[in-house]
Design a protein around this ligand. Structure first.
Ligand code: GRF
Length: 202
């Protein structure tokens, strides 16, 4: 059974959808660790309620590479196979993203490569989508490298932008689609990794 870590900073509704999908055996894996970059994150409560080990790791004065090493050591100690970023507000260093290459993914609340990059997070993304006159938005799950929203795209899910949408109403519709897409992609990733391991060991 693959061991998953989820990195969070906020509400954790995507974490919740992954927790639920694991406990319903939809995802053939176990969330073994939740790491938050913020002490007060509601995501921590969700993890505790699901009896998942949690850690708060704030960046503080650490360089990006030192912070990433700190996280990486905890992931290695717990023998984590796959890392999911779910609203994690820190960009990670190459030391960590290289170690987990192909096994670290993120969800973004727009159709990448549009509306991504530094500063494109939260409500700002939806504000930009609406003011650009887009008729379709959605979410994207992608591999994570050391750059913002940059790794290879795995899968996107479209949602319509409605005529009277506000950034808030659009964000709610996109978030619902995230809760469908993320578990689906994680499941496929695990199955693909297991298939590769099977072929290698056969
Ligand atoms: C989501 O919109 C996700 O796409 C983005 O951050 C938000 C996190 O929401 N990366 P939540 O904490 O999972 O509710």
């Amino acid at each position: 059974m693959k061991k998953i870590a989820v990195l969070v900073s906020g509400n954790g509704s995507n974490l919740q959808s992954l927790i639920d999908s694991c406990s319903e055996d939809y995802i053939p894996g176990k969330i073994a660790l939740v790491i938050s970059s913020r002490p007060g994150a509601y995501a921590l409560k969700r993890a505790e309620e699901a009896s998942i080990d949690t850690l708060v790791l704030q960046r503080g004065d650490l360089s990006r590479s030192e912070y990433s090493d700190l996280i990486l050591n905890h992931l290695k100690n717990k023998k984590i196979d796959i890392v999911c970023l779910a609203g994690f507000m820190q960009r990670l260093g190459k030391n960590l993203t290289d170690f987990y290459r192909g096994r670290i993914i993120n969800i973004h609340p727009a159709l990448l490569p549009k509306f991504g990059g530094k500063g494109m997070y939260g409500i700002k993304v939806h504000r930009e989508v609406i003011s650009s006159g887009e008729k379709v938005s959605g979410c994207t799950v992608h591999h994570v490298d050391q750059f913002y929203d940059h790794g290879q795209i795995i899968k996107k899910k479209e949602v319509p932008v409605k005529k009277n949408d506000t950034p808030r109403s659009l964000s709610e519709r996109v978030l619902e689609s995230e809760h469908q897409l993320y578990p689906r992609v994680l499941k496929e990733l695990i199955l693909n990794l297991e298939k590769k391991e099977f072929i290698k060991n056969d």
